[in-house]
Design a binder for this molecule. Structure first.
Ligand SMILES: C[S@@+](CC[C@H](N)C(=O)[O-])C[C@H]1O[C@@H](n2cnc3c(N)ncnc32)[C@H](O)[C@@H]1O
Ligand code: SF4
Length: 367
């Protein structure tokens, strides 16, 4: 199986503040360190990118928008090394507190055509709890500003199941999100991760019943308002699914550049070093796994069953020479109605996505 690489993720790990719940690879913004980081990023790209034409490029973080205009210009000049397909989806993650007209103008000029804005909640009391440094009013002004620069593909991230959040709070957040008329909404149930302030403070996740009720409310409300629930946590208007994230879920190849970034090339899945010091000294490697066919197939199943596209029978046979039915207890799952079969695919019906982890156990031999 030798797929072409058509996607590239670039990690910008800097943030102007650190949120009490975040366990991602991120560091507090420091001008000089960012400058060194960009040098290292340039060297990594120059030495590892092999010139493929890319369909999607995703600049994620951290908070890419925390960089100064000059640093962002430098970043785009480095990314000029990458060959973009004519209709390449080119996304950048931004936070409300550091979007400025000059940055938006630069993004436009550099071909960014998708912005992902970390909103999380519209309620000032919940934003405070999350230690997010902006208000509902600023979110709305930021979205208007983004639109005024002609960006027509906008995602917002929302977090739900916060301690103390009621169903009514969530209803309000969904109403506000819908009133912004964005093209894409990603929703995440708050996870309390080790090494975060929330964890150290003993903050607990909400009950499973509450989490499920909230998940169902989100799915139902967004669907009623014309969104397609195309992946467990993601909703898009028609034609606006994230092509970049679909690369991951379709188990396709991608580059990952930057500290802590992951990539999948050939039969290797790798993650760069998490150490900013090492990265800036050009010591990029972190961990690497050479996939066996069994792991490759398992990954493919686990990832593709997260989406409405599910397992594409034809593609699966082309890649692995067998119908998934020959390898997995699909009949049993079909009987339970945990999997449905369509002409060209198997997929988990949306009303079972909440228990998808349990369903996936059947594919990794634990049931
Ligand atoms: C790592 S952030 C990067 C983008 C940007 N810095 C931001 O804060 O929006 C991407 C998204 O991950 C989600 N996230 C981060 N930590 C989380 C956690 N502990 N539980 C659930 N979602 C989380 C948030 O919705 C956030 O928008
Ligand atoms: S949630 Fe976003 S802004 Fe907050 S620390 Fe993590 S990456 Fe930075």
């Amino acid at each position: 199986m030798d797929q072409e690489v058509k996607a590239c993720y670039i990690h910008i790990p800097f943030c102007s503040h650190i949120c009490s719940y975040c366990d991602f690879c991120k560091f507090l913004y420091e001008e000089k360190i960012v400058d060194q980081y960009l040098l290292a990023l340039e060297k990594e790209l120059t030495s590892s990118y092999r010139g493929e034409v890319l369909d999607t490029i995703y600049i994620g973080g951290g908070t890419p928008s925390s960089l100064t205009v000059d640093q962002l210009s430098r970043l785009f000049s480095i990314l000029g090394l990458l060959k973009k397909a004519e209709n390449c989806e080119f996304t950048i993650e931004c936070n409300v507190e550091n979007i400025e007209p000059e940055k938006l103008s630069l993004f436009k000029k550099q071909g960014i055509n998708r912005i992902s804005l970390g909103v999380e909640s519209f309620q000032d009391h919940l934003l405070k709890k999350l230690s997010r440094p902006y208000t509902r009013k600023e979110i709305i002004e930021t979205v208007q500003q983004i639109r005024s620069f002609g960006f027509t593909n906008l995602n917002i991230d929302l977090i739900y199941a916060l301690p103390g959040e009621s169903i009514e709070d969530l209803r309000k957040d969904l109403k506000e999100a819908l009133s912004l008329d964005v093209e894409h909404i990603s929703t995440y149930s708050l996870m309390i991760e080790e090494h975060t302030v929330f964890y150290l403070q003993g903050v607990k996740e909400v009950s499973e019943e509450m989490d499920e009720e909230m998940y169902k409310l989100i799915s139902q409300t967004l669907k009623e308002h014309g969104f397609i629930h195309y992946e467990i946590s993601n909703f898009a208007k028609k034609g606006y699914s994230s092509r970049h994230n679909l690369t991951y879920w379709k188990n396709e190849h991608y580059y990952g550049f930057g500290v802590g970034a992951s990539g999948f090339l050939g039969d290797i899945r790798y993650t760069n070093t998490m150490s900013l010091g090492k990265y800036c000294r050009y010591e990029y490697p972190g961990t690497e796994e050479k996939l066996t066919t069994t792991t490759m197939v398992e990954n493919e199943i686990i990832l593709s069953l997260r989406t409405t596209e599910g397992i594409n029978k034809q593609k699966f046979i082309e890649r692995y020479g067998k119908d998934p039915k020959e390898l997995y207890p699909i009949e049993e799952l079909l009987e339970k109605k945990w999997i449905i079969e369509e002409v060209d695919r198997y997929r988990i019906p949306e009303d079972k996505w909440y228990v998808s982890n349990e369903i996936l156990l059947y594919f990794i031999g634990e049931k």
